[in-house]
Structures are given as C-alpha cells and as structure tokens.
Ligand binder design. Structure first.
Ligand SMILES: [Zn+2]
Length: 210
C-alpha cells in the first residue's frame, strides 16, 4: 500500500494519501488545503481517487474537499453529525482570519460499522465523538494503522473547548474504540508526529487512570 502523509495549510493538518499498487485506486483523508500538492502526489503514483474521507468538519481538515472533489470526481464521506459544523464554515474561517473555502455536498454519510475498500484493505469507520460530535477515526487492520483525526495525538488528545466539543465524551471514545486496538497499531493523528496505541496507552498523560 502506498501511503504518503502531507501536512497542509496554516494549521498543518496531516492529509493521508493511500494508494493501491494494483488497481491504482486511492483514498484521500482530510484534504484541508494545498490541493495542488495532493494532486501532484496522486499524479506521481498514477492514482485515481475513489473516496475522499473527512475525519471531522473543522476547516483545516475539510477546507480543500470541494476543490479535490472537483478535480477528481470522487465522493466525499463524512459523519452527518458534523454537518452543522460544516454549515458554519464562514464562522470557522473567521476564527483563522482566512477566506471561506467553497463548500461541497457530502455524498456519503460515514457511520460506525461502515468500511471502505482499497484493494484488499478495508478502512473501518469508528465513531469517536468528543472533539466534534461527528468525529470519526479510520482503522485499517491489514496495515496496522489508525487515522485518528483530532481525537488522539502523541502525548495528547483533541481539544474540546470548541463548539461541539465534550471532554468526558472524547475520553470515553478513546477508551472504548481506540485503546482496545493492538499495541503495535500506528496512530496517524490529525496534526504532528505519528505514535502507536501501545505508547499512548502507557504514556499519554490524559489517559492515566482510564
Ligand atoms: Zn479539529
């Protein structure tokens, strides 16, 4: 499996580009910005995007979705509980002092239990609300990888002080959905360096006593 991680935009959101070597199909997660760079990576590997998956509707994760969809024709997946947040894109742009990006239709409502295939790999949708009400994570068991959005970070967890955030809920999500995964599962957070489930279970200061 091809997997490139590109930190995009002012807030350096980790955009993941996965490609299947046989079919040349690709999944792009969280195209927040810098769509030209994402398209260049896709072209370099001769990949066609079959799905654009959004972990949550914060502008730094979803801001480029419309442009990427327009360039590739791929459907956009997002949890419907973040639609309201997506509808407030001008407010979010105001927080950052940036122009409001063009919006796209959400084509597929991503739900707990759904999976999206890429070659022989399956991307499983896990509901992990707390950072936002519609936050999801993507677990790819055949790759031992977890795309955590802004739910779990190296030594930290997602902030819960923005609209839709809930501190008790994000802890419950991490405890119920993420910590049960195998220790060796590589965690690709929404920002910053990768970590593993084993490391965060042992050392993350926010998860002590869970
Ligand atoms: Zn966020």
């Amino acid at each position: 499996m091809i997997h490139e991680i590109l930190a995009v935009g002012m807030l350096q959101c980790n955009c993941s580009i996965f490609g299947d070597e046989q079919s040349r199909d690709a999944i792009v997660v969280d195209p927040g910005d810098e769509i030209a760079s994402i398209l260049a990576i896709l072209a370099k590997h001769q990949l066609r995007v079959k799905a654009i998956i959004i972990t949550h509707a914060h502008i730094d994760h979803i801001g480029g979705a419309q442009k990427l969809k327009a360039a590739t024709g791929a459907p956009v997946y997002m949890n419907a509980r973040d639609q309201e947040l997506y509808d407030q894109m001008d407010m979010q742009a105001g927080w950052l002092g940036v122009p409001t990006p063009d919006r796209t239709e959400i084509d597929v409502a991503a739900r707990e239990g759904d999976s999206v295939k890429l070659g022989s790999a399956e991307f499983h949708v896990l509901d992990t609300p707390g950072h936002t009400q519609g936050s999801i994570s993507l677990w790819i068991p055949s790759e031992d990888k977890l795309i955590a959005g802004d739910t779990l970070f190296l030594d930290s967890i997602g902030r819960t002080d923005l609209p839709g955030g809930d501190y008790e809920q994000i802890l419950r999500s991490i405890h119920a959905k993420l910590l049960p995964l195998d220790d060796k599962t590589v965690v690709i957070p929404g920002h910053g360096p990768n970590t593993t489930i084993g490391r965060e279970r042992a050392r993350n200061p926010f998860l002590r006593g869970l």
